[in-house]
Design a protein around this ligand. Structure first.
Ligand code: NIG
Ligand code: FE
Length: 409
């Protein structure tokens, strides 16, 4: 199948942002073009230009279908690079406790928090996890997300972690990137973090690899969760097995997560609200993408990460929802971007680049998604308003047309 999308009023290719590898973004990096058309062949972008200049060889394609975009704005589909979208149960009452003064770590230490979701997730069937996961994925898709990362990490044993990864694999309509987050919390079957991490490395990672259920490994390095040294050892073993690394780093305390990320060449270090000028400098000089998760900061009522300082130092930023039942029970991309603007003083072009090019880097998919260029995946977000209306009005439902790998969904 081939489509020619004609009559696009404003096209944001993000091409210049991709060329700069997502660093030091200004408005000119959005790659704004007027009056362009896009040729999609199968699942890829085959050509971009003025419709009347479409080369003959391409125009004569038998199956070519023209679509009038009626002056819409078009940009790359959003890349949502950090979510925990596979879980069962809820944590409504825990939110109330936290809001009335109990701390996240206190609740976790008493068997609540992640362990409470663990009990529900272990008990859930594969079928119910798939159906909840698909519903959540559809909700992301309606907002223009065409690539969605999903972590396991709410089962914390061999069989049920594999069950969660299988559920992630079954989600349709958008590109799904699974991540193994067995190292999310200490399950009751183990006495020490070290022995649990050895179990994961000896027994679980080889299965995940053999069954091709994930190519990425994540860990929660934090006081009261996984200690730095043991985490580093575990991540080295994961790397030896061929996994890419990503880290929940320096969220509640400055616990060394970003140092480990730099040392091991992780794809991303996520959260980062506790980092100081020392970590800012080394992250900026590294290839690690800094993932900001401001809705988690809102719900936990902590500070926000030093996005402006990171950007000025030359770091590459991404934004994501961190959707999970505990610290970020929202899938709202507009709220994420709005907080990045209001609380972190990111500019709108920086927010848009963070949700496309930056997030693509965080998933090591920068050669396929995040910008609209010939040869890249035909993942497009189209809508009637001006691009400057993005990440502005929480709760407003902007009608969006989404192409995911060349298919209108
Ligand atoms: O990204 N920090 C660790 N993991 C999640 C929270 C998980 C939970 O509380 O269920 C996060 O914030
Ligand atoms: Fe998270």
């Amino acid at each position: 199948m081939a489509f020619l999308l004609k009559n696009i009023s404003t096209l944001l290719t993000l091409g210049p942002a991709a060329l700069k590898e997502g660093r030091r973004i200004t408005e000119s990096d959005l790659g704004i073009l007027r009056g362009q058309s896009i040729l999609i062949v199968k699942d890829k972008i085959a050509w971009i230009g003025e419709a009347k200049k479409l080369p003959r060889s391409l125009a004569q394609k038998k199956s070519l279908k023209e679509i009038d975009m009626k002056g819409m704005t078009v940009l790359p589909g959003f890349v949502e690079c950090h979510t925990h979208s596979i879980f069962a149960g809820d944590r409504f009452s825990e939110f109330e406790l936290r809001n009335q003064g109990r701390s996240y770590q206190e609740i976790a230490a008493q068997g609540g928090g992640i362990l409470s979701t663990m009990r529900n997730t272990r008990a859930a069937t594969l079928k119910s996890l798939i159906s909840m996961g698909q519903m959540r994925a559809d909700h992301f898709l309606r907002q223009g997300v065409t690539t969605l990362e999903i972590k396991s990490g709410y089962a914390l044993n061999l069989d049920d972690e594999l069950k969660c990864l299988r559920a992630i694999q079954k989600i349709q309509k958008l590109r799904v990137v699974p991540t193994f987050l067995g190292a999310h919390a200490l399950p009751p079957e183990f006495k020490t973090y070290e022995s649990y991490l050895d179990f994961l490395a000896d027994k679980v990672l080889p299965e995940v690899k053999k069954k091709k259920l994930a190519r990425r490994v994540d860990i929660f390095i934090e006081q009261g969760f996984f200690p730095k040294q043991a985490s580093e050892k575990y991540l080295r073993r994961a790397k030896t097995l061929g996994f890419d690394i990503t880290i929940h780093a320096d969220q509640l305390t400055l616990s060394g997560g970003s140092d480990v990320a730099i040392k091991l060449g992780a794809l991303s270090a996520d959260h980062l609200l506790q980092i100081t000028s020392r970590e800012i400098k080394s992250l900026a000089e590294s290839q690690v993408t800094c993932v900001m998760l401001p809705t988690a900061d809102l719900y936990t009522r902590t500070k926000y990460p030093p996005a402006k300082e990171l950007i000025e130092a030359g770091a590459r930023l991404a934004l994501a929802t961190d959707f999970n039942p505990g610290t970020s029970p929202t899938q709202d991309l507009t709220l994420v971007g709005l907080l990045a603007r209001l609380e972190m003083k990111m500019t709108l072009p920086q927010v848009i680049a963070a949700y496309t090019v930056g997030a693509a880097y965080a998933l090591n998919l920068q050669n396929e998604v995040g910008s609209l260029e010939v040869g890249k995946s035909a993942d497009l977000l189209c809508f009637e308003q001006d691009w400057q209306s993005l990440f502005y009005s929480v709760g407003e439902q902007i009608q969006k047309v989404v192409f995911s790998a060349g298919v209108r969904v």
